[in-house]
Design a protein around this ligand. Structure first.
Ligand SMILES: [Zn+2]
Length: 158
């Protein structure tokens, strides 16, 4: 169950995904929010330069490891436009971050990219719960997932 504050941060993550696409990257964005509701860090996908590990969820994990204590990490929430890939889910787990709320699932993205004729990735689109344990994971949320779908269509058209 998500609340208005969750919706606000989910919308921001989708807006960041749109910014990523506009700047030559893939459409993914993420926001790190403290237990008190403060936005601590946000980023979007930056693989346009050729480094395919430049995912926003991975950037958040590194930022959290360097700037937050263990208790604050465990009570923070990561909002993201697309469910973490296995690399980012592992990073999230390794640094002990808390709840994840995603707009669209890895399964949805797999379906959308197949519809668009995009070849499957070498890294499997596993659900977060198959990569890490002990994390509350919520999503997808249709109203936001449809926006993310539109971004993927824009990303692979023309
Ligand atoms: Zn990732």
């Amino acid at each position: 169950m998500i609340h208005d504050t969750d919706r606000k941060h989910l919308q921001r993550s989708v807006d960041l995904a749109s910014e990523a696409l506009d700047s030559g990257n893939e459409p993914f964005g993420s926001v790190l929010v403290s237990s008190k509701g403060h936005v601590l860090f946000e980023d979007h996908n930056r693989i346009g330069g050729g480094d395919h590990t430049q995912h926003p969820e991975f950037a958040i994990a590194r930022w959290a490891a360097n700037n937050m204590d263990a208790k604050d990490r465990a009570t923070a929430t990561v909002y993201t436009s697309g469910e973490h890939c296995p690399m980012c889910a592992a990073a999230h787990g390794w640094v002990g971050l808390g709840r994840i709320v995603y707009a669209s699932s890895a399964a949805q993205m797999t379906e959308w990219l197949a519809e668009l004729g995009v070849p499957t990735f070498r890294v499997r689109p596993l659900p977060i719960s198959e990569v890490i344990s002990g994390t509350i994971v919520e999503g997808p949320f249709e109203e936001f997932a449809m926006q993310v779908r539109a971004l993927h269509i824009r990303s692979h058209s023309g």
